[in-house]
Design a binder for this molecule. Sequence first.
Ligand SMILES: [Zn+2]
Length: 108
Amino acid sequence: MRAAVYVEQDQPLIIEEMTPLDPGPGDVVVEIGASGVCHSDLSATNGTLPLPPPTILGHEGVGTVDWVGSEVSQVKKGDRVIGSSSRPAARAGTARMASRTSASRPAP
Ligand SMILES: [Zn+2]
């Protein structure tokens, strides 16, 4: 998968191939259809918000559930979902993002 990665303050984002982490029993894997880079993301890249790089930006994605862990009960494969850091949306479960470290490996 590709991600917009913030690597250095006041520098352009870098689009990189990432290798997702293996999901756990409480995780949901979502095939992202689209994700914006919002004003909060831009505030992180200019130092207004304290978010140290490297970081994957784009926390407002929308997509389709592709896999659910054994402990997840509120969504199922095929559900259309949105990602958000706000509490109501967080009830649907959590999703882990690929780390910059894992991105150094080529995608399978
Ligand atoms: Zn936002």
